[in-house]
Design a protein around this ligand. Structure first.
Ligand SMILES: [Zn+2]
Ligand SMILES: [Zn+2]
Length: 124
């Protein structure tokens, strides 16, 4: 079955097959941002002011979703507490939002992220 015959939902799902969780999040974020662009284009053609406003706020939500996924997939390369550089990923301790700390600072905080309260774990 070529992509032309598949339902759009199937085509989209097929993009995610075989990707790591990190890659899936990064891809979904890009698709959300692309979706926002489409909402904005639709809004530009919309004559009904209320409908235009609704489309623009939908675009904003897509951008928000894309931003969240970008945040959650962007690695930082230094400790947010002491500033120690962390060029080697396994040396970093991170939460799900990629708040990043060195092992010493994470240990001193009982491996709890001071920003979100989530566990700090060895970065993959
Ligand atoms: Zn530190
Ligand atoms: Zn956090």
């Amino acid at each position: 079955m070529s992509n032309k015959d598949a339902a759009p939902e199937q085509v989209m799902a097929s993009l995610f097959v075989g990707l790591s969780r990190h890659e899936q999040m990064a891809l979904l974020g890009r698709l959300e941002n692309a979706g926002a662009g489409i909402y904005r284009a639709l809004a530009a053609q919309e004559k009904n002011a209320k409908a235009r406003e609704a489309l623009l706020s939908a675009a904003g939500r897509e951008e928000e979703n894309g931003g969240l996924l970008r945040l959650m997939t962007t690695h930082k390369h230094g400790c947010e507490k002491c500033g120690k550089p962390l060029p080697n990923r396994p040396d970093a301790r991170v939460c799900s939002f990629q708040c990043t700390f060195c092992a010493e600072c994470a240990g001193a905080m009982d491996h709890v992220c001071p920003n979100c309260g989530g566990p700090l774990e060895r970065a993959a």
